[in-house]
Design a protein around this ligand. Structure first.
Ligand code: LMR
Length: 398
């Protein structure tokens, strides 16, 4: 039956974790996948999550959730993105379902897009999270690209980005990272978001936001929702993927939300019913445990406060490691500029190293990262930053 099946290529991100786990060298370092570690390099379960689990234990059944997932969790999740007192929530204009984290939200939207606008395309930034390409490919939505990152400045290529927005056919779909762009760590400024939003309005484009890192850009989830709030103020009908993998550390629970802002309540009911219809033959309904954790935390003012504190601790540790990595490289006398390490934000540093330099880091120093030169700052610790800086210096100095 399966004689024609060839092995699939390794995933460019999760394949790095596999290679790291297979390496027995004691000095190995994993700065591949974007998963937060404490300063001892250990995975972290937030205290607010532990407390939510204590409250849930023995107090809930294991019945199916509705096809659209936990209504309470979805309600609380929407408040984070659209604002506590959002008129759109009050007016029931948002069609929203619990999703299998951010990936599941993006995929559900891509399938929805294909089903109801079969001739549409999606504009994706260069570069982007590798899985975005897989998601829209498997949903059979044709992909176009738009300029985003400038390799020389290691910042935003704003002029080219605006040109691409202007030159795209009216009414195009664009995928935007709401904050803490993956892999570059480069976000538009508030003023630039306003210009982007304005131009989207002129062109009648549709913005689909992927917000996988709310809280990781500034340490404050409210501030990190600024891009979305600007689009809402300007009257856009947006789509949005939210994830609790990073900001609550619920990676393996696969809990997130897909929402689509509609013209009115009637449209929102129709859209939600179709999103559920798409979910039913794929996985019927989403898992319950992660949703309970999220709704317990966000629904309790004290636990929510604790969560906000813990997100900030994670974001601040990463900012500290950015400073340390840059300082170490400068102390080693690196001839290159490493300013971008501290200019970029969120979980990742887009180092500018090429695939050959990354291969050298892996083969000679047992440092594991994606071949596009992305360093997951969440894996950098006080203990390994010196080793990492030295290795980067060795492979980049000539
Ligand atoms: C990453 O970019 O490392 C994360 O979003 C994890 C993943 O699923 O790729």
């Amino acid at each position: 039956w399966w004689s024609s099946v060839e092995p699939a290529p390794k995933d460019p991100i999760l394949g790095v974790t596999e290679a790291f786990l297979a390496d027995s060298n004691p000095s190995k370092v994993n700065v591949g996948v974007g998963a937060y570690r404490d300063d001892n390099g250990k995975p972290v379960v937030l205290e607010c999550v532990r407390e939510a689990e204590r409250r849930i234990a023995g107090n809930s059944n294991m019945e199916y959730l509705p096809m659209g997932g936990s209504i309470k969790m979805v309600e609380e999740t929407l408040k984070l993105a659209y604002g506590e007192n959002s008129e759109f929530i009050k007016d029931k204009r948002i069609a929203a379902v619990q999703s299998l984290s951010g990936t599941g939200a993006c995929r559900l939207f891509a399938d929805f897009q294909k089903r109801f606008l079969p001739d549409s395309q999606i504009y994706i930034p260069v570069p982007t999270w590798a899985n975005h390409h897989n998601i829209w490919r498997d949903a059979q939505v044709p992909q176009r690209t738009f300029h985003y990152y400038h390799p020389e400045t290691k910042g935003l290529d704003f002029a080219a980005l605006m040109d691409d927005i202007k030159n795209a056919p009216n009414g195009s779909f664009f995928l935007l990272h709401a904050c803490a762009h993956n892999p570059t760590g480069v976000d538009p400024s508030e003023d630039q978001w306003r210009e982007i939003s304005y131009q989207f309005k002129v062109k009648g484009h549709f913005a689909f936001f992927d917000m996988a890192y709310q809280g990781f850009a500034s340490g404050d989830p409210e501030r990190d929702a600024k891009s979305i709030r600007i689009f809402l103020e300007d009257g856009h009908l947006i789509g949005l993927a939210q994830s609790f993998a990073k900001n609550m550390g619920l990676y393996g629970q696969r809990v997130g939300c897909l929402s689509v802002l509609c013209e009115d309540e009637k449209q929102a009911i129709a859209v939600k019913s179709q999103l559920q219809q798409l979910a039913r033959p794929m996985y019927s309904n989403p898992p319950v445990h992660g949703a309970l954790i999220v709704s317990t935390i966000l629904g309790d003012p004290d636990l929510k406060k604790l969560w906000l504190k813990e997100v900030k601790v994670m974001a601040d540790r990463i900012i500290g490691m950015r400073k340390a990595l840059r300082e170490n490289l400068e102390k080693l006398g690196s001839p290159l500029s490493w300013e971008h390490i501290t200019n970029q934000i969120g979980m990742f540093c887009y180092s500018g190293m090429n695939p050959e330099q990354v291969d050298k880091l892996t083969n000679e120093y047992h440092i594991y990262m994606t071949r596009n030169g992305r360093i997951s700052m969440a894996g950098v610790t006080t203990g390994n930053v010196g080793y990492l800086a030295n290795a980067i210096h060795e492979v980049t100095k000539s």
